[in-house]
Ligand binder design. Structure first.
Ligand code: FES
Ligand code: MG
Length: 560
């Protein structure tokens, strides 16, 4: 019996003899009830992240079942398997420490286990980017499918959502506007059901961008978790996975630089998460497509925010879905978008939006280019003496008055120090200060979402809502404020942040694309950099991570 090239004979085990490896593998498959007819079908591996810890994935089992149904209907054999699940809110110190580990696991399992194509079922924050990175490295045909967002909640007569309103609630509590009872009540309202954060946080942003890049079927990025539309997207995804297994259509074969330019354009129009900058850089790197922060900077100015979803806008991802989802956004962006980019459907975006007549006039969740939510893009890449290799600011969620600002630095060496001092009622700080947090870059601490430092309690009580904040870390896509993030090189590898001292003048000029430390080079040369922390080196993975992770400007992927 001669082993075939595909199906269960793909990637045979090294038992010394290919024929024996195939024979014994099939004997074990029979033990699980897969007969000879089953074993001849195209094998579709379904990677999922079902875990009690990942509350956002609570409906994932039924999504996986729906994918399996689609695979079976199309004549394939579904083989579901778990990969590590990354619950954003329950992982300490930060889920970002594990994105690359998930990518590595997905890559290895897609290569090691026999399958002709894969379906990636992800959702919570880092899961989809990690899966995409791994699957692109494995270079198998695959379709990506997010689990879908939560519905919006309702509290005190307002629609609320995770986690933009979680932050606002907490900020109001710190400012003394809400009491403990009110906060406890809000806690039960902010995350009303299963699914990913329903504002335009990282999960929503990446679900939409995965669709824009062509990894998922059109319209599959936005349906709510638990909805019929989500299950129908899953069935269709399963069917398509069998077709691409037969066609041997790998995403690397259709991805192009245009796909990523489109993704950047969509990111700005969505008012999306700054984390997507890092993920897109890493995903492009895995696909072998050149992409740098300069590409993000050069595309910035002529893409307004078109999608009215929090935190830049006012609505939720389910609202975007109801008016047509990503295909409508692509249609709205047609003048800024390269519609010749191809997707996992085998079609171009032009063909995929041929039936979308335009931005529906009866709604205002997605706006046309001439009547945007905000005239400027939702974020901007900046460079300067404080971030020679770049930084990112979410301009759409910042106080416009602070986008050009000069003020004295107030420096924190760690999250703990910042937390303690910012709640000190005697802290000497003014609204003009620039809060600087260093040692939260990738090498130092896995790059936690600690960059949106809270407003010092003393100022919050006076009604101050926003200040300029600068760090080498990230912030949640659900967060807001004038926060300059991802400063590179980070302090722990000797970046300029390591030299900043209290009282140094820092200037942010978003229009000019600059973030500068106004201290002479001569003075800086005379300074000793602040020592980096060493807390990460506590486990084997953390040691590997800290030794091999790259800087934010290259996607914080592992560097060979
Ligand atoms: Fe899972 Fe926000 S915590 S997507
Ligand atoms: Mg997040």
């Amino acid at each position: 019996m001669r082993p075939a090239d595909g199906g269960f004979d793909r990637t045979l085990t090294h038992y010394g003899d290919r024929g024996f490896s195939s024979f014994v593998r099939r004997a074990f498959l029979k033990s699980a009830g897969y007969d000879a007819a089953d074993q001849e079908r195209p094998v579709i591996g379904i990677a999922h992240g079902i875990s009690d810890y990942t509350t956002c994935h609570r409906h994932m089992p039924e999504v996986v079942e729906a994918v399996k149904r689609g695979v079976l209907e199309a004549g394939g054999l579904p083989m579901a398997f778990p990969t590590m699940s990354l619950p954003e809110i329950l992982l300490s110190p930060t889920s970002m420490l594990f994105r690359n580990l998930l990518a590595m696991e997905v890559e290895e399992l897609l290569l090691a286990q026999p399958m002709d194509a894969a379906v990636l079922v992800g959702g919570c924050d880092k899961t989809l980017p990690g899966q995409l990175m791994g699957a692109l490295s494995a270079d198998l045909p695959f379709v990506a499918l997010p689990v879908g967002p939560m519905s919006s909640g309702s509290w005190e007569g307002r629609r609320v959502g995770a986690c933009t309103d979680c932050r606002q609630t907490w900020q109001r509590f710190r400012a003394g506007e809400l009491d403990e009872e009110q906060v406890a009540d809000a806690q039960g309202r902010l995350c009303p059901d299963s699914g990913t954060c329903m504002v335009m946080g990282t999960a929503s942003t990446m679900a939409c961008l995965s669709e824009v890049l062509g990894f998922g079927l059109p319209g599959s990025g936005t349906p709510r978790s638990g909805s019929g539309a989500r299950l129908r997207a899953a069935v269709a995804t399963g069917r398509r996975a069998v077709e691409i297994a037969r066609e041997r259509l790998t995403p690397r074969s259709f991805l192009s630089e245009a796909s990523f330019r489109n993704a950047i354009t969509a990111l700005y129009a969505l008012g999306g998460s700054t984390n997507a900058v890092i993920h897109l850089l890493a995903i492009a790197g895995r696909a072998g497509i050149p992409l740098s922060l300069t590409d993000f900077a050069s595309l910035t100015d002529d893409v307004p925010v078109l999608v009215d979803v929090k935190p830049v806008g006012t609505r939720f991802l389910g609202d975007l879905d109801e008016v047509g989802g990503v295909p409508v956004v692509v249609r709205a962006l047609a003048d800024r978008f390269d519609l010749s980019a191809r997707t996992v459907t085998g079609q171009t975006w032009a063909a995929q939006v041929a039936d979308v007549p335009g931005v529906p006039p009866w709604q205002d969740v997605v706006r046309p280019l001439d009547a945007p939510v905000k005239p400027a893009p939702g974020m901007k890449v900046v460079f300067g003496s404080l971030a020679p290799d770049g930084a990112v600011i979410k301009t759409g969620a910042a106080d416009p008055r602070l986008l050009k600002h000069r003020g004295p630095a107030l420096v924190f060496d760690s999250v703990e120090e910042a937390e303690e001092r910012l709640s000190d009622p005697d802290l000497a700080v003014t609204p003009d200060h620039v809060l600087v947090l260093r040692n939260i870059g990738p090498v130092a601490s896995g790059m936690p979402e600690a960059g949106s430092l809270p407003i010092p309690t003393v100022l919050a009580r006076q009604g101050v809502k926003d200040m300029v904040r600068v760090s080498d870390g990230r912030m949640s896509g659900t967060a807001y404020g004038t926060t300059v993030l991802h400063c590179a090189p980070e302090a722990a590898v000797g970046g300029p942040l390591s030299l900043v001292r209290d009282g140094d003048e820092i200037e942010l000029d978003v229009a000019a694309g600059r973030i500068d430390l106004l201290v002479s080079e001569e003075d800086l040369r005379a300074r000793t950099p602040a020592p980096p922390p060493s807390w990460l080196a506590t486990t084997r993975w953390r040691r590997v991570f800290t030794r091999s992770v790259g800087q934010a400007g290259t996607g914080a992927d592992l560097v060979d």
